[in-house]
Design a protein around this ligand. Structure first.
Ligand SMILES: *Cc1c(COP(=O)(O)O)cnc(C)c1O
Length: 356
């Protein structure tokens, strides 16, 4: 049975990326050594980082004055590094889900945190829109795609203070105006690479403004100055990111990714809205194009487990169980997700409907 991967993260990557990375793990650039066993200082590895950085800049049209770095520790470590490096007195946060809340929790260790708005009272089913960003905040933190709840801020917000965005689960899925952000970051394992590397795009003039001492490894300047080579970087994950970036470029860049994301979403949300068994959980105008969340309608609730069993065991739909805090189902459709995969999911939903 063919498997369709709807995992939320780590998640589906293009087959070509996996094969090219696997090949380099066996023999890196014809050296007779594995990518896993070479020094990150080897002259062959520097070009990998250089090309990955160059492709970040090219694909996202990153303007002058920004640095791209690769770190360990996941997006979760950024939750702490951000206030460490940027919070002098006060920071503003938009609370759109569990990840946003976790980011706020760390920031509170460093200074005053203003929650400008929250959709917690509605299980984060929408993106708050009417709020004021305090003009004296050091930055405004947002989570552009709420992986668990299936909501997304799919545009670049205006703000009187630098916007810092967690784009773990929607980076490279649409063109972004990087000049509207002080920093963009994310764990790579949703839409970019295998697990193990975090990307950071930071505006250089944001750095070095706080008065506190910052431990060397937690100071963004260390990694900017050393081009992600201060200590041993996650070599294989960075390589897999490079292969994905090349794949995005070969396939038409972020404009093409955006178009595909819209096509996939139309197919899957179209069926969620049509099918009498299901309904979507997120506010329609805030629906994520990356994580499509839906549940069984009240009168069919008892069929939830049957549908999961049918979809997963009999039709090869992997990872469509919703996050435990939302329940139901979640079809994650990152860049690598195919139209064929979405159509297979729709066929499976229709088939199940016909049986009931
Ligand atoms: C998965 C996820 C995280 C956590 O990423 P880690 O790399 O596991 O720390 C943070 N933010 C968002 C939006 C996520 O989807």
């Amino acid at each position: 049975m063919k498997k369709y991967n709807f995992n939320a993260g780590p998640s589906m990557l293009p087959r070509e990326v996996i094969e090219a990375t696997a090949a380099q793990c066996l023999d890196f650039n014809g050296s007779g050594l594995s990518l896993m066993e070479i020094s990150h200082r080897a002259k062959d590895f520097q070009p990998v980082v250089d090309e990955a950085v160059a492709l970040f800049k090219e694909l996202l049209s990153i303007p002058e004055g920004y640095s791209v770095i690769f770190l360990g520790g996941g997006a979760s470590l950024e939750f702490c590094m951000i206030p460490y490096n940027f919070l002098e007195k006060k920071a503003a946060y938009l609370n759109t889900g569990v990840w946003a809340k976790k980011a706020m929790k760390e920031a509170k260790l460093f200074g005053e945190v203003v929650e400008v708005a929250s959709s917690a009272e509605a299980t984060y089913t929408y993106i708050p829109k009417d709020y004021t960003i305090p003009a004296d905040a050091d930055y405004f933190h947002i989570t552009t795609n709420n992986t668990i709840y299936g909501t997304e801020i799919r545009k670049d917000l205006d703000s009187p203070v630098p916007v810092i965005a967690d784009m773990s689960s929607d980076i490279f899925s649409r063109p972004i105006d990087v000049s509207k952000y002080g920093m963009i970051y994310g764990g790579a394992q949703k839409n970019l690479a295998m697990a193990g590397v975090t990307f950071v795009i930071v505006r250089d003039d944001m750095l070095g403004k706080v008065s506190r001492q910052i431990p060397t490894m937690l100071d963004y300047r260390t990694h900017v100055e050393k081009g992600s080579m201060f200590n041993t970087p996650p070599v294989v994950p960075i390589y897999s990111a490079l292969e994905t970036l090349r794949w995005i470029k070969r396939n038409g860049g972020v404009e093409a990714m955006d178009k595909l994301a819209k096509q996939r979403a139309e197919i899957v949300y179209g069926e969620i809205d049509r099918n009498k068994l299901f309904h979507g959980t997120a506010n329609v105008e805030d629906r994520s194009l990356m994580n499509l969340c839906f549940v069984m309608n009240e009168e069919y609730k008892e069929l939830e487990k049957d549908f999961l069993d049918f979809a997963m065991k009999e039709r090869g739909m992997v990872g469509i169980k919703g996050h435990r805090s939302v329940g139901g189902f979640r079809a994650s459709c990152y860049n690598a997700q195919t139209i064929e995969g979405c159509e297979a999911l729709v066929a499976c939903m229709k088939e199940f409907e016909a049986k009931h």
